[in-house]
Design a protein around this ligand. Structure first.
Ligand code: MG
Length: 331
């Protein structure tokens, strides 16, 4: 099929800067692509790179997209190399018909808590909203301080709730051991990326030595990396940010054949990319774990955030998002 191809960049300040072990993140930049088929049908895709996670940069993805002519065909789009996971996600999203979702289908969502003590206050509000699963960013402040907050958080967590920790690769082996020892036998669902992506021995060793479930995130940005970790014998969780991992149907095929224990997680994409991912999550049975999409109103603008995501997601979110207004809001 031949399409008219167009692309526009977006630049959205985050309502509250996000503090992680990667530093402070205050602006989300990405691209929206628009395809118009010969039939006149218009569809959109989102490129939301996270170069700090090892994806292509915004400049690289823009250069790729500007390389498509006004009339672009499937062969040209299929020729994008695998390392452009974000561009490939967007192209596939725009070219795939949206799956239909059973209206009765519901999936649990994990609420993101901010780094540091601020987590305690946010936890109270999220519990009130009915969230059962929470994720807290660690490796941001001094460990003694964070371990104190961990005790407070767990003290306030009802028995039926679970907490995920995300170290974003910040710990060395010693620091990780201290945390893992502290987390044993506590209601920790898993600890995400407890050591750096390239520290394979530490990650495998920690998984072997401690009873706490571990998860890889930055280590498995693309499916090729996830497959490598499976070959190394990784038995923990794989946190997959679909917006970074290439076409959604490739992700589904890998998850189904490998039976990997996965969590689908947000890359802080806009409502447009999020709609495609959540529709896919609702239509496929890929995971029993709560979706990592309880990120709140990141942009403080309903057009870009989409509807507020509560403790249970259903197709209502997806039905409320439309591409044209987002595209038209961009220059
Ligand atoms: Mg993570």
């Amino acid at each position: 099929m031949v399409y008219r191809f167009a692309v526009k960049p977006y630049r959205l300040p985050l309502r509250s800067p996000l503090r992680t072990a990667h530093g402070v993140w205050s602006v989300r930049e990405g691209l929206i692509i628009r395809l118009e088929a010969e039939t006149g049908a218009v569809s959109y895709g989102e490129v939301a790179p996270l170069p700090q996670f090892g994806t292509e940069t915004l400049a690289e993805s823009l250069e790729r997209c500007l390389g498509f002519s006004d009339k672009t065909d499937d062969a040209a789009m299929d020729a994008v190399p695998t390392r452009f996971g974000c561009v490939r996600f967007a192209l596939a999203m725009a070219r795939s018909p949206l799956p239909t979702v059973d209206k009765a289908k519901r999936l649990a969502v994990t609420a993101l808590l901010p780094a540091g003590k601020a987590a305690l206050e946010v936890l109270a509000g999220k519990l009130e909203q009915g969230f059962l699963s929470f994720k807290w960013k660690v490796g941001v402040n001094r460990p003694e301080e964070e371990l104190g907050v961990l005790d407070d958080l767990l003290g306030r967590l009802p028995d039926y709730c679970r907490l995920r920790l995300d170290a974003n690769g910040a710990w060395d082996r010693r620091a990780a051991e201290k945390w893992l020892a502290r987390c044993a036998e506590r209601p920790i669902e898993f600890i995400e990326q407890p050591a750096a992506t390239d520290d394979v021995d530490t990650l495998l060793g920690l998984a072997e030595d401690y009873p706490v479930m571990l998860a890889l995130d930055e280590s498995v940005v693309g499916l090729a990396a996830a497959r490598e970790w499976q070959e190394r014998g990784w038995r923990g969780v794989f946190v997959i940010k679909p917006a970074l991992a290439g076409p959604l149907d490739e992700l589904a095929a890998w998850a189904k054949t490998s039976k990997a224990d996965i969590v689908l997680s947000s890359a802080i994409e806009t409502a447009l990319g999020r709609e495609a991912i959540l529709r896919f999550a609702l239509a496929q049975d890929l995971t029993k774990r709560a979706l990592g999409f309880g990120v709140g109103e990141m942009f403080g603008d309903r057009l870009w955030d989409g509807p507020i995501i509560g403790p249970l997601l259903d197709a209502g979110y997806c039905d409320a998002v439309e591409g044209d207004p987002l595209w038209n809001a961009l220059n």
